[in-house]
Write a protein that binds this ligand. Sequence first.
Ligand SMILES: [Zn+2]
Length: 453
Amino acid sequence: MATKIGLEIHVQLKTNTKMFCECNTNFLDAKPNTLICPICTAQPGSKPMGINERALELALKTALLLGCKINTGKELFVERKHYFYPDLPANYQRTSRPFAVEGELYGVRIREVHFEEDPGRYELRTGEVDYNRSGIPLIEIVTEPDMKTPKEARDFLKKMKTVIEYLDAAKPEGGLFKVDANISTDGNERVEVKNINSIKGVLKALCFEEIRQKNLARQGTPIKKMETRHFEDTQMITTFLREKETGDDYRFLPDPDIPPLEISAESVEKLKQDLPETPTTKAKRLKEEYRIPKLEADTIASERDLADAFEKVAGKVNAKFASKWFVNHLKRELNFRTKTFIESKLSTKEITKLLTALEKRSITKHTGVDILRKMLDEQVSAKAILEEHGGKAGFDVDSIAKEVMLENKKAAEDYRAGKTESLNFLVGKVMAKTKGRLEPKQCIEAVKKGLEK
Ligand SMILES: [Zn+2]
């Protein structure tokens, strides 16, 4: 039996209001406990409002993009999951029965998707509680244990993240994901690592856990009882939390305040018409529409914003050239800085300027990359750097070559008379005028072109 990994992925949905009340969900810049009301702090006598329609729509669309079947025509109860913790004022968390099942994404089966509401935030060190997040709608996506290595789990999460970004369904300030990861290795019972906040964290936690479990089995003391562990972000290790609780421990009960949800087949059909492209369908379209290689299309489609930018730029410069440049330079420089396109704050207008200069060969590839790096690291505009590199539109190598011919008529005539060394002299002049910022090949071509006339 090899290593088996399953994931429970929590995604905070991008809604303006909370799940069962009308409190604002923009908790990032808010002072603690300013986005609250009697409902999301579970005051006595308060009753929840109906399920947030926008949250339901985003949740269903996400499930559809994950290839799930929607549980239509059934009464889906919202249940109370009981446990005590200071961040949970009602002492229960509302969680729905699965509204979607049996999906698949890149070969990993999705077991189910259900709703939850986010608890508040409890600061263990100070004992302070902030209920601004209490009641924010979440979905939990549960996979089957289909991943065999920590790296596979990481790659799957990256792909899942892209799908959710395409739908624009998640609140990015929520870190996009909170993951609980289940892992079992040879001879050991399953271990659940709770509350990992980043994709990198998932990889680290699983790598640590895989080695720990294998060592235990080797020493003849395998894990006999399912256990729950906590991931220590700063030390990159997992620590024992408790023996795994079972469903019974939570005493799930249908919430009497919320009528069961019933999703109609018609409403699902309607949502299907309104689904955005997925990374896979977008890559396919880019490949066909712009006639670019599959690998390039896949890379460009790996970020929705990068793909949008590519399409804007490809309308202005040669698409094949733009595609190569996006993949070989832009994406590479972004990866090097572990930035996404949107985080880089690059504008498509600026990229177009840079690529136009490159396409016209008024700057070298090397200079182009230098300019891109400056745009990324110093937030300077392409226009400003291009001007510094030779006039508003960069160098016009052909007119410079013409100028050189006029200034060096003797050398030009010598060349025409068969004195080939004169070519080097003229090219040297052109290179000096362009301050060495053009490729020698470009200068030679321009001089030869000028000499033919
Ligand atoms: Zn509220």
